[in-house]
Design a protein around this ligand. Structure first.
Ligand code: NOJ
Ligand code: CA
Length: 548
């Protein structure tokens, strides 16, 4: 959940914690069991809360600590767990630790960050931040000193090498457990350990910088920290933890998610890694639209990799990515049918399914008419970068439009009243004008809506007859050589479920496996004929079959 954009309870145009509590019945009706809330701690919001200035307090835009305790309490009553965002790779430059570090860089708080002297008049090394700029900035007031920030310059990286700062963080984590939260989503989890000493790396673009990747050689140090954090905090609280780990070496997966791993789960980014590597990849948000075959290969690979190891967390949307329908489906084919197909793949895949607010009603990307409309800091930097690379304003805007994080951050579309029922005031961020058509109220009232389809899929996952198989059953491919088709079985000793998605506009015939079949889910209203073993699937049709 992206709290600023979920529901505004007090009419200031910004979503807040009371707003979430007001919608708990809605969330319960959807069938979800856990809410991960993006950061709600005090923050100057340079990176929308991922720049924490006080870990112990809720930012006033969201309400107060009591509102959080109430949300935890009310959620528990409805069988819903609350998972907070743990942003400990970096904090805000407004955090008291950094303020003190600036005053006395060689004192106690200077050691809370990576502060280094300049080398021959330059930064200590040539790492590029994830927002595209130099990852080192001059420490204000100290011309010869630099500090490291892998994200914006207002987000100084915290020095995990310092045991004292680790203790401070563990204390804070326990403090929140004592308030009743059930776990954490761990932001930038694999970045907390840096390769030391800082070294100049071969430049990977003309700007002379190199994007810092987590090299395999430092993994041991990383996992020591993550294990320590688990032992000191998560374990005793029986917490659920899910890490943001964008890439990892295959053999390291067990270090993350096996029973002895440092977290309960990590997000599976493989669908979003498609098109993000290789020669023409030139930025954080630069990637191509995945093909159906690439989509299938990524799904199957993830389930093969994780089966018998642990659960990856599956998602097709989050607050850093475009809307799934806009990203995975060619524009002319975006419809409730194709959105339902994506929903089925998201929820039937081996792993823990996460939905992002608005995905359940099929919200789509925003359109931008000028660069002034960009809100996200990352998108601003990408836009500047695109202009520097020689794109004209129009092209740069188009690029931003496709991949901007603003796409998923526009307010939730509740109904067709003014401001989509999100707020009674001017919303903090533009609302997608398509809210008159795409909104919760309309879909709640319509039996065959996407929202009701999501509910059906979730109920199927929870159905006592199928849940064992859908949670633990092995995933094996079906017709893997077919183009534009995603097919897999979920099987255990009691059941065999077949998921089939004709990931293209045109209809096609497919040979079904032997056995008596029952349709569990179909995204078209017309019934399918299972009399023969050859079936004609329509464009973007999704079928989930129980096979005896
Ligand atoms: C990942 C978060 O999801 C993203 O929104 C943020 O900008 C970076 N980490 C930095 O915290
Ligand atoms: Ca508000």
């Amino acid at each position: 959940m992206y709290p600023k954009s979920f529901n505004d309870s007090n009419g200031d145009g910004i979503g807040d914690l009371k707003g979430i509590t007001e919608k708990l019945d809605y969330l319960q009706s959807l069938g979800i069991e856990l809410i991960w809330i993006c950061p709600v701690y005090c923050s100057p919001f340079i990176d929308q809360g991922y720049d924490v200035s006080d870990y112990y307090h809720i930012d006033p835009v969201f309400g107060c600590n009591e509102d959080m305790y109430e949300l935890i309490h009310e959620s528990k009553k409805r069988g819903i767990y609350i998972v907070m965002d743990l942003v400990v790779n970096h904090c805000s430059d407004q955090h008291i630790w950094f303020q003190n570090a600036m005053k006395d860089p060689y004192g106690k708080y200077g050691k809370y960050f990576y502060i280094r002297e300049e080398v021959n008049g330059n930064a200590p090394c040539n790492w590029r931040s994830y927002f595209g700029e130099n990852a080192w900035s001059k420490l204000p007031g100290h011309d010869n000193l630099y500090y490291l920030h892998l994200f914006a310059k207002q987000q100084p990286d915290i020095n995990w090498e310092n045991p004292e700062v680790r203790e401070e963080l563990y204390k804070m984590i326990q403090w929140w457990f004592d308030k009743g939260i059930s776990g954490f989503r761990i932001d930038a989890a694999a970045f907390i350990k840096k390769t030391m000493p800082f070294e100049i790396l071969p430049a990977d673009r003309e700007d002379g910088f190199c994007t810092y990747e987590i090299p395999p050689t430092c993994n041991d140090g990383l996992h020591e920290y993550l294990q320590e954090m688990k032992k000191r905090t998560f374990e005793a609280n029986d917490a659920f933890t899910v890490g943001e780990v964008v890439s990892f070496e295959e053999e390291d997966l067990e270090k993350y998610i096996s029973d002895d791993g440092c977290m309960s789960s990590i997000f599976d980014f493989s669908l979003y890694m498609i098109g993000k590597q290789g020669e023409d990849f030139d930025g954080f948000y630069s990637h191509k639209q995945p093909t159906a075959n690439e989509f299938r290969d990524a799904l199957l690979r993830s389930s093969r990799l994780s089966f018998n190891v642990g659960f990856l967390s599956n998602f097709i949307e989050n607050h850093d990515l475009p809307r799934a329908a806009s990203h995975f489906i060619p524009e002319k084919d975006i419809s409730e049918i194709s959105k339902k197909m994506l929903a089925g793949l998201n929820l039937m895949q081996y792993g823990l399914p996460f939905l992002y607010q608005g995905q359940e009603i099929g919200m789509e990307n925003l359109s931008f008419s000028s660069a002034d409309e960009i809100v996200d800091i990352g998108s601003h930097m990408e836009y500047t970068l695109a202009l520097e690379k020689g794109l004209c304003e129009e092209e740069a805007l188009k690029k931003i439009q496709e991949y901007s994080r603003d796409n998923t951050r526009s307010p939730m579309q509740w109904d067709k009243t003014e401001n989509a029922g999100f707020t009674k005031a001017a919303p903090w961020m533009r609302i997608n004008p398509n809210y008159m058509k795409i909104n919760v109220a309309e879909q709640e009232a319509r039996e065959d809506s996407l929202l009701n389809f999501y509910k059906k899929l979730i109920l199927l996952r929870k159905n006592p007859e199928y849940k064992e198989t859908l949670v633990y059953g092995k995933e094996t491919s079906f017709l893997e050589k077919e183009d534009n088709f995603v097919g897999f079985f979920r099987k255990d000793k009691n059941k065999k479920i077949l998921v089939m998605a004709n990931f293209q506009r045109k209809g096609k015939f497919f040979q079904l496996p032997e056995g008596e079949k029952k349709v569990l889910i179909n995204n078209y209203s017309e019934p399918v004929n299972l009399e023969t073993n050859v079936i004609q699937m329509r464009g973007y049709q999704l079928l989930i079959l129980d096979i005896k």
